[in-house]
Design a protein around this ligand. Sequence first.
Ligand code: AMP
Length: 302
Amino acid sequence: MTQPKLVIVGSIGIDHIETPREKRENLLGGSASYACAAASFFTPPGMVGVVGDDFPAAFLDLYRKFSVDLAGLQQRKGRTFAWSGVYEENMDNRSTLETVLGVFETFQPDLPEAYVEAPYVFLGNMAPDLQLHVLNQMKAPAFVLADTMDLWINIARDKLVEVIGRVHMLTLNESEARLLTGAHNLLAAAGALLAMGPEYVLIKKGEHGSMLISRAGIYIQPAFPLASFEDPTGAGDTFAGALMGRIAENGAHDASAIRHAMVHGSVVASFGVESFSLDRLAALSRDEVDARVTELMDMTRV
Ligand code: AMP
């Protein structure tokens, strides 16, 4: 049985997305889909998630094409989680039109035996009690990254704080960091989040990049500049998946390894937003990733 070095847990969804230029239906989405596809450029991840009996076989084939290990993927009777969203003109803001939980509502992320000793774990965006359920099964992971969203900050704050206290790194976007801590200043917010327990806080700032904060200092990572892009859905999950994939590939998670992994996260996310769903990632090669990593590092060298 394959023992993946990296386990990724999260939502698997059918997305319906409307941007100012285009409306697309029945796309493969969800935090686990984006994160697994992104991680696969560096290590074959083990995916933990749930789909319904309506889930297209072509999407399972796509996961296999990305070398995603599917031992932790459950297929249940019922509808696959579905999400519809619409982007505003500037693509910065988006609203959720509809969320259909389907089989995700009763999801229990039980891990296959082969996954429980994995050193690296990405807890993608989902209910904090499900994230805790995963943590409780892991033997002694070396490095766990957790993501979240405003929904859980609003309806499950205590459980979320418990998750934050048990992971090595937390990732969230600027507005979520402010909502969770009540601090407007991002360094103050990060300080409050570090006080909850993790060693690192990674604040995502969309097209303005991201910021890693720990007691040892701050690292600022620009996004790869793009003249145009099609769909920013899943960019944060793609960033996090590539980051964790690169860390698992290297087998190191010290501050310098995290910085290097953030460059890879930015690069893979920049490819991801060039098309809807996983389309661009499915056509991407490791050589293209590495070339853009060099380009981004050249852009930021003084
Ligand atoms: P992001 O752009 O990083 O927020 O990720 C977008 C992905 O999150 C989409 O592909 C959706 O299927 C998925 N998603 C939307 N709402 C939720 C939710 N409440 N829980 C888990 N995943 C969600």
